[in-house]
Design a protein around this ligand. Structure first.
Ligand SMILES: [Zn+2]
Length: 68
């Protein structure tokens, strides 16, 4: 069993506990961090896609729409 420090009250709580027995603060530090990493990775992919797709779209618009 791994013991973690509660972010709210600082008391030691087992990582198997869903919330701090002292103050009731939910101990979900690790899953939240993982979700944050996932989101940032997806954000980076989206940014990359934007950087690739936007020039292609502009190029296609420039070709197919005269007068731009
Ligand atoms: Zn606490």
């Amino acid at each position: 069993m791994v013991w973690m420090k509660c972010l709210e009250c600082g008391s030691e709580i087992p990582n198997t506990a869903w919330s701090c027995p002292q103050c009731g603060n939910p101990g979900e530090e690790a899953p939240t961090a993982q979700t944050g990493k996932e989101i940032s990775t997806k954000g980076m992919l989206l940014l990359l896609l934007l950087f690739v797709l936007v020039p292609i779209l502009l190029f296609l618009i420039h070709i197919f729409v005269p007068g731009i």
